[in-house]
Design a protein around this ligand. Sequence first.
Ligand SMILES: Nc1ncnc2c1ncn2[C@@H]1O[C@H](COP(=O)(O)OP(=O)(O)O)[C@@H](O)[C@H]1O
Ligand SMILES: [Mg+2]
Length: 260
Amino acid sequence: MAEKPIVSFSGVNKTFLKDGSLFTACSDLSFSIQPGEVVAIVGETGCGKSTALSLLLGLQEPSHGSVRVLEVDPFKDFHALKGKLGIIFQNDRLLPWRTAIENVAFGMEILHISNSERMQRAAHWLARVGLERFSNSYPHQLSGGMRQRVSIARTFALNPPLLLADEAFSALDEITATALRNDLLTMIGEERKTTIFITHSVTEAAELAERVLVFGRPGRVLSEVRAKDLIATGGTHADVASEIRESMKSARSTSAYSVA
Ligand SMILES: Nc1ncnc2c1ncn2[C@@H]1O[C@H](COP(=O)(O)OP(=O)(O)O)[C@@H](O)[C@H]1O
Ligand SMILES: [Mg+2]
């Protein structure tokens, strides 16, 4: 059981200088993610979720505490994680001057994978997200949902050991988002990817994750909802969602929700 966690945050604080005074975005944030887990981090907008992600990616240094990702310090050993973290953002971040297949192949260029293998893998993953007929289309010729599918294909083509999605479905209409969520979950299951979904949507967290970390403001874990256990014992996704809402509500009714 005692596998090494893929991600661990221990007593992490992150403060910014904001309008001339210190602002706390994360406070005593501790959690860990085990290999193979599918976890959601859920919390209200502005509670520090994306800040936690940027600490995880090594884009920022914690003010206190430690962050470990795949057993390295992501800030101090930034290059050790190159190509190992697959990220899907709200905005697809495709290059407008490249076709869909060229966008999928792009991430692999950075990893110096040969041209023939890049194109072969890109074609495979574009087909996997249902876009084989659109390989030569440019991003502006695709819908928002299709562009997000291209970015998902680009991420899977790198075969990263850890997948991260930050509000990946927030810009899409509900029907498109639901279809994409289902397809992504299937792909995660098939590829057995350790995944962290970051979202402000309680229903989304309840539908996607085996375990849900409920964040309070400033960023820290208020409670953990074991969705997988709840479902295994006859609970529904709606039950998971109401348990998440309860812990968010109880946090708001205490002083914990005041901005530090
Ligand atoms: N680089 C920064 N400088 C100053 N304040 C920041 C910076 N990054 C984030 N913040 C602040 O930290 C808080 C948490 O932001 P964020 O992590 O983006 O929240 P979330 O992703 O949960 O919506 C916000 O109030 C935001 O304005
Ligand atoms: Mg955010």
